[in-house]
Ligand binder design. Structure first.
Ligand code: URA
Length: 248
């Protein structure tokens, strides 16, 4: 990784209150040599990025078209009560041919205002963790279980999750057909795995969502409140990397 970029990442992590991270593509000794006043380097896990084409990935144009049809439908959705309080439907964004799809919980205030997923403080941390594990935001696809913001960011209700996943999330994932899924937070993990298991028990292993490997990690908003958990979350991002590289 470029040293200037690395320093910038680390400063941003530190600004967000995360004081320990892992680094890939660089030995610990190498990283320590370039860092001053930076977070502690915990581990390194060098891994080559694979750009091998997926055998069953739909053509990009077809995926983009399917996403666009779904997004148009979502824009006018009134299937649950959230349509009365939302400002904008936050459908999702990113590459229709992404190898990695990140699924979060629901839009927050900033996302509701801008129409883009994960653009607030939690989004900055997500971007950093993705980028420093070798997944620049532009190369992944990011969406949420719910496409509309619950008032005051309350937890999603089952009667909101059900229509939103049935009508939009499953279709998005089918259109993109990623090589690996990353579920961030309890609601994404439980919705995709149809499970009631606690996130602490779901993370750390590779699950399967409709034949696609799925890794679970903590929600970045939780990591901002509990920065000591960033170390564990880092292992999850490295697991995504590993799952992808093993498909090369
Ligand atoms: N939290 C989420 O789960 N999703 C967003 O888009 C923003 C914050």
């Amino acid at each position: 990784m470029d040293r200037v970029l690395l320093r910038r990442y680390l400063r941003q992590f530190a600004d967000l209150g995360v004081d320990e991270i892992c680094l890939d593509a660089m030995s610990a000794a190498e990283a320590v040599a370039v860092l001053t006043n930076a977070p502690t380097v915990l581990t390194n896990a060098p891994a080559a990025r694979t750009n091998a084409p997926a055998a069953q990935t739909p053509p990009v144009g077809e995926a983009a078209n399917r996403l666009s049809v779904l997004a148009d439908t979502a824009a006018g959705c009134t299937l649950c009560g959230l349509h009365t309080t939302r400002s904008t439907v936050v459908f999702g964004e990113g590459s229709p041919s992404a190898d990695v799809v990140v699924v979060g919980e629901a839009p927050g205030q900033e996302e509701d205002r801008t129409g883009r997923p994960f653009v607030g403080r939690a989004g900055r941390l997500l971007d950093l963790m993705l980028a420093s594990a070798g997944f620049p935001r532009a190369e992944v696809y990011i969406c949420n279980v719910l496409k509309c913001r619950p008032p005051d960011n309350r937890n999603p209700l089952p009667e909101e999750v059900r229509p939103c996943t049935t009508n939009f999330l499953h279709g998005q994932l089918e259109a993109i057909s990623p090589r690996v899924l990353l579920a961030v937070g309890k609601f994404a993990a439980q919705a995709l795995l149809d499970s009631q298991e606690a996130i602490g028990r779901l993370r750390g292993s590779v699950h399967t969502y409709r034949d696609t490997p799925l890794v679970v990690t903590y929600h970045p908003a939780y990591l901002l409140r509990s920065p000591q958990m960033a170390r564990v979350a880092w292992q999850d991002f490295q697991l995504v990397r590993k799952v992808l590289d093993e498909q090369a």
